[in-house]
Design a protein around this ligand. Structure first.
Ligand SMILES: Cc1cc2nc3c(=O)[nH]c(=O)nc-3n(C[C@H](O)[C@H](O)[C@H](O)COP(=O)(O)OP(=O)(O)OC[C@H]3O[C@@H](n4cnc5c(N)ncnc54)[C@H](O)[C@@H]3O)c2cc1C
Length: 386
């Protein structure tokens, strides 16, 4: 009889892990607290490593092409629109920062379709509040009244499973909140452009031939309530470069959403406990400043099947497979978490005045070869072979 895994959370990490496990011969049940499957949010920049992960999951050329708009990271400008660091048009450098501008809903729908095709059962309206982690060599895990050989905790930044198993590791408010929207129309040159100002960042990127995603990441007290988000974003960026003001002005007010941004500095000290493996934001929620949260959620999810599901199906011990997953994933995710913090310090979290002037002057000297090397470390990832 096949082994049974329960996945907590049907976000990007959970659906990817469920599909990867089902493809390696497991029976998989996903428990999702929301009454129906959906994805909140707007767009995201899908870097090469994220594309490698979805291809590893079985996405074909049509699936990948259907996700969004092929583009690249063009660089960073200051709030007045003066270049700070621009990517050269050398084809090799461009290829190293290639992206797909993805509408999150489209990625989520494609993940749902692959999960259904792999035979994954998804139960919605089921909020997990209780969990017994079991023992890798002994008792099964128990979660929401179900027995499981493996539990995958993919329940996001404020994970209930993490709170139960690692109560000392908690998500912290970053000090920043982020407006996001998808606006009808083409803006700019069709690339991902980011603008840095004192304690703020603005970014735009096409997600199709007809729609453009933007975000405005700004310092703000936690849980600030704003009656009119569109008006507040308009005011906050009123003295920024014309492309910033123009896309906000063109956005229907009801399309603007805002979320406080949290992170887990350092991530968990271990990504498993008992028969439970923790993945995605539940294990290592990053600041969004490297755009790697969803990408690593996809990597983690794929690796649950490759490094735990498949070896256990072939007779390996669960304890060893969990340890291998931890050894493969934790150093990489810790490094990306550190890089996201460092990027925030010199970028969107930096204060005003001389700091901006000095940073901009130094960054204008950065050669393209350095950008290429840096992006390869993060985005040159390929799925592990067994
Ligand atoms: C402003 C911003 C911009 C970003 N931009 C990018 C980007 O450009 N590129 C990128 O790679 N990443 C980006 N990210 C990060 C990315 O969005 C997240 O890292 C990613 O969505 C995490 O996926 P996840 O599946 O781990 O968690 P989530 O997407 O949070 O999914 C968790 C799921 O678990 C469910 N759940 C929670 N608790 C329970 C429970 N107790 N029982 C059952 N179900 C439960 C939730 O309803 C949800 O469906 C950005 C993040 C922010 C905040």
């Amino acid at each position: 009889m096949s082994r049974h895994a329960v996945v907590v959370g049907a976000g990007i990490a959970g659906l990817t892990a469920a599909t990867s496990l089902a493809r390696s011969g497991w029976r998989v049940t996903v428990l999702e607290r929301a009454p129906e499957l959906s994805e909140v949010g707007a767009g995201f920049a899908m870097s090469r490593n994220a594309v490698a992960a979805v291809r590893g999951l079985g996405f074909d050329d049509d699936d990948v092409a259907g996700l969004g708009f092929p583009t690249y990271a063009a660089g960073t400008w200051d709030l007045h629109g003066e270049p700070i660091l621009t990517i050269s048009d050398d084809p090799e450098v461009r290829a190293s920062v290639a992206l797909i501008g993805v509408h999150r809903v489209r990625l989520h729908e494609t993940l749902q379709r692959h999960a259904a095709a792999a035979g994954v059962e998804v139960v919605t309206g089921e909020r997990v509040t209780d969990l017994e982690p079991g023992e890798p060599h002994g008792a099964p895990a128990r979660v929401a009244g179900r027995e499981a050989d493996l539990v995958v905790a993919a329940d996001g930044m404020h994970s209930a499973v993490r709170a139960r198993l690692f109560p000392r590791t908690t998500a912290r408010y970053s000090g920043f909140s982020s407006w996001r929207a998808i606006t009808p129309g083409r803006f700019g040159d069709g690339a991902l452009r980011q603008y840095w100002g004192p304690r703020a960042e603005f970014g735009t990127m096409p997600v199709s031939g007809t729609h453009t995603y933007w975000y405005g990441y700004v310092a703000m007290p936690e849980r600030t309530t704003i009656a009119d988000e569109h008006a507040a974003a308009t005011e906050r960026f009123a003295d920024w470069a014309a492309p910033v003001r123009e896309i906000i002005a063109a956005t229907p007010p009801e399309a603007v959403i805002r979320h406080d941004v949290h992170h887990i500095p350092g991530g968990l000290p271990r990504y498993h406990a008992g028969r439970v493996v923790l993945i995605g934001d539940a294990a290592h929620g990053f600041l969004p400043t490297m755009g790697q949260g969803a990408a690593t959620a996809l990597e983690d999810g794929l690796c649950v099947g490759l490094l735990i599901g498949a070896p256990v199906t072939d007779g390996a011990e669960l304890a060893g497979a969990l340890a291998r997953f931890d050894a493969e994933r934790r150093p990489r995710c810790r490094a990306l978490g550190r890089a996201s913090l460092a990027s925030a310090r010199i970028g969107s979290h930096l204060g005003g005045g001389w700091r901006q002037t000095l940073r901009n002057a130094l960054m204008r000297r950065v050669p393209s070869s350095m950008i290429q090397r840096g992006s390869h470390a993060a985005m040159g990832w390929a799925p592990p072979t067994r």
